[in-house]
Design a protein around this ligand. Structure first.
Ligand code: NAD
Ligand code: TYD
Length: 340
C-alpha cells in the first residue's frame, strides 16, 4: 500500500487530485491534511469519509509538532503539497498569511520529509512565479529556465517556496519535484476566482466584475489534466526537476466572461468594468514541451468542452456553492467530526 499525504485536499485542485488517485490506484491510501481555511470545504470530500483508504486530518502545515506526529503515524511514501493561500486579490490585501502558509508551511513539510524519510516530495507551484509576458509578443512563452520574476505577494510567496524546495534538494538531497501550472478550471473551484465567480453571479443576475479592460490573458487548463500531470510527475519524473504544465489555451478574461454569458443565456449587460487589480499581470503562457517530451503528458480536455462541463457542474451542484455563499459550509466539519 502506497501512502500519500495530500495537503490542501479540501480545496479545489487537491480534492480533484484525491478523487483521481483513489479511482486510479486501488493500492493507494490517501491522508488529506488540511487546515480548513475559508477555501477548504470538507463537504467536497463527504463521499470519501467512510472509505478505509482515506483519512482526513484537520491540521495546519505550519504546525510542526502536528505534522511530525502525522508522519510518525502514517509513514507516507509521497507528499503532494497543494496547501496554500491561493488568491492574488487576498494577498494584495493581507500578505502575511501567504508568507506563513506558502513559505514556512512548505519548509515544515520538507523538514518532516527529511526527518522521517520519503520517496518523493512534490510541490504544486504556479506559472505566476515567472511574472507576466507582454500582450504584443505572442512568440514568447514560459519555459522552466525562465528567471523567476514575480508581481504579487501571492506569486512571490510561491516563488520563495520553489527556491526552498530546490535548496532542500541540493543541500539535503531531498527527492523533490515541482510543477508550475497555468490557471485551472473545473468542479469544486471556490467562487472567488474568475470562472466560478462569473458563473454564480450570472446565475443570480448579479454584475460580472471585470478588472480593467478585461484584456489580460490567462492560459486555462481543465483541472483533471493538471491532476494527471502531477500523477505522472510523482511516479515517473527525475527528482530535482521542475515541469511546466499548460495546454496552450490562452484566453482574454473578457472573452471568457462573454462565453459564460452566452452558455447561460444571460445578457452581456451584466458585465461591469471595475478598477484594475494592483500590479495586474498581463499575460501568462506556458511552454509544456518538457513534460510532453519527458513524460508524454498532453492535455486531454479542450477548453470548449471543459467550460461546458464546468458550467454544467455548477448548475447540477448548486448546493455546493450556495452553502459557500451562505457561509454554511463552515459548519460541515463540526457536523462530521464534532462527536468523533
Ligand atoms: P484552494 O485555495 O482552492 O485550496 C487551498 C487549500 O489549502 C484549502 O483547502 C485550504 O483549507 C488549504 N490550506 C490553506 N492554508 C493551509 C495551511 N496552513 N495548512 C493546511 N491547509 C491549508 O487552492 P487551489 O486552487 O486548489 O490551489 C492548490 C495549489 O495549486 C496551490 O498551491 C496553488 O498555488 C496551486 N495552483 C493553483 C492554480 C489554480 O488555477 N487554482 C494554478 C496553478 C497552481
Ligand atoms: P483569478 O481567477 O483570480 O486567477 P489569477 O489572478 O491567479 O490568474 O483571475 C483570473 C483573471 O481574471 C485575472 O486576470 C484577474 C481577472 N478577474 C476579473 O477580471 N474579475 C474578477 O472578479 C476576478 C476574481 C478576476
Amino acid at each position: 500500500m502506497v501512502v500519500i499525504i495530500v495537503t490542501g485536499g479540501a480545496g479545489f485542485i487537491g480534492s480533484n487530485f484525491i478523487f483521481h488517485m483513489l479511482e486510479k490506484y486501488p493500492d493507494c491510501r490517501i491522508v488529506c491534511l488540511d487546515k480548513l481555511t475559508y477555501a477548504g470545504n470538507l463537504s467536497t470530500l463527504a463521499s470519501l469519509m467512510d472509505n478505509p483508504k482515506f483519512r482526513f486530518v484537520k491540521l495546519d502545515i505550519c504546525d510542526r509538532e502536528g505534522v511530525y506526529k502525522l508522519f510518525e503515524e502514517e509513514h507516507p511514501d509521497i507528499v503532494v503539497n497543494f496547501a496554500a493561500e491561493s488568491h492574488v486579490d487576498r494577498s494584495i490585501e493581507a500578505p502575511t498569511i501567504f508568507l506563513q502558509t506558502n513559505i514556512i508551511g512548505t519548509s515544515v513539510l520538507m523538514d518532516a520529509c527529511r526527518k522521517y524519510g520519503i520517496k518523493r516530495y512534490h510541490q504544486v507551484s504556479t506559472d505566476e512565479v515567472y511574472g507576466d509576458l507582454p500582450l504584443d509578443r505572442s512568440d514568447l512563452f514560459f519555459t522552466e529556465t525562465r528567471p523567476l520574476h514575480t508581481s504579487s505577494p501571492y506569486s512571490s510567496s510561491k516563488a520563495s517556496a520553489d527556491l526552498l524546495v530546490l535548496a532542500y534538494y541540493r543541500t539535503y538531497g531531498l527527492p523533490v519535484s515541482i510543477s508550475r501550472c497555468s490557471n485551472n478550471y473545473g468542479p469544486y473551484h471556490f467562487p472567488e476566482k474568475l470562472i466560478p465567480l462569473m458563473i454564480v453571479n450570472a446565475l443570480a443576475d448579479k454584475p460580472l466584475p471585470v478588472y480593467g479592460k478585461g484584456e489580460n490573458v490567462r492560459d486555462w487548463l481543465y483541472v483533471e489534466d493538471h491532476c494527471k500531470a502531477i500523477d505522472l510527475i510523482i511516479h515517473k519524473s527525475r527528482v530535482g526537476e521542475v515541469y511546466n504544465v499548460g495546454g496552450h489555451n490562452e484566453m482574454k478574461n473578457i472573452d471568457i466572461v462573454k462565453l459564460i454569458c452566452k452558455e447561460l443565456g444571460k445578457p452581456e449587460s451584466l458585465i461591469t468594468y471595475v478598477a484594475d487589480r494592483k500590479g495586474h499581470d498581463m499575460r501568462y503562457a506556458i511552454d509544456p514541451t518538457k513534460i510532453h517530451n519527458e513524460l508524454g503528458w498532453l492535455p486531454e480536455t479542450k477548453f470548449s468542452d471543459g467550460i461546458k462541463k464546468t458550467i454544467k457542474w455548477y448548475l447540477d451542484n448548486k448546493e455546493w456553492w450556495q452553502t459557500i455563499i451562505s457561509g454554511e459550509y463552515k459548519n460541515y466539519y463540526e457536523k462530521m467530526y464534532g462527536n468523533r
